[in-house]
Design a protein. Structure first.
Length: 181
């Protein structure tokens, strides 16, 4: 018998001053049986960081050709895809051909090693950006998640302040592909 996903319900007060976006979100998120709670939390945070009307969670762990999240135009074309974790070089190159923009959010202890191995191949691809959350902060927030959780997410890049019932943290999103210099 196949394992079923665990369903989480989030009520999120989103305040993104950088984009002048203030929303009350009600998200139902399925945590795949093979997915850690930390990864599922990062998917939710990425959704908050890039909230748009047509942004959607995909079935990335069930269908490995899918990104974690996708933003499509009204005619179905991929505008922006979001990967969570440490995807391989081939997956990122393919994604960069299918979507106008690709963002990767990495968050665990392997992130630095993964990035050192892929940096030379990915940095020249102008539509791929890689960001990193601190593992300890993600782990602390995830440890107190309940199946029904209220969050307050305040974004002032590169800072993301997240307050939950028993935990609060200021997360910093590090742009590993910073091309501003």
């Amino acid at each position: 018998m196949a394992l079923k996903p665990t369903i989480f319900r989030f009520t999120i007060a989103l305040a993104d001053g950088d984009r002048n976006c203030y929303e009350d979100l009600n998200l139902t998120v399925a945590q795949h049986p093979s997915e850690t709670i930390e990864r599922m939390l990062v998917r939710v945070l990425v959704y908050c960081l890039h909230f748009e009307e047509h942004l959607e969670f995909t079935s990335d762990l069930s269908d490995t050709d899918q990104p974690a999240l996708a933003y499509r135009s009204l005619d179905g074309n991929l505008i922006h895809t979001f990967e969570v974790g440490e995807p391989g070089k081939d997956r990122l190159i393919k994604a960069s051909r299918l979507a106008r923009n690709v963002s990767v959010y990495t968050f665990n202890r392997k992130s630095d090693t993964w990035w050192k191995q892929l940096k030379a191949d990915i940095e020249p691809v102008s539509n791929v950006s890689v960001y990193q959350f601190a593992w300890e902060s993600i782990q602390a927030l995830a440890s107190n998640l309940k199946r029904s959780t209220g969050l307050s997410v305040t974004i002032n890049r590169p800072s993301v302040y997240v307050a939950a019932e028993k935990e609060q943290a200021e997360l910093f999103v590090t742009d590993l592909t910073d091309r501003s210099t």
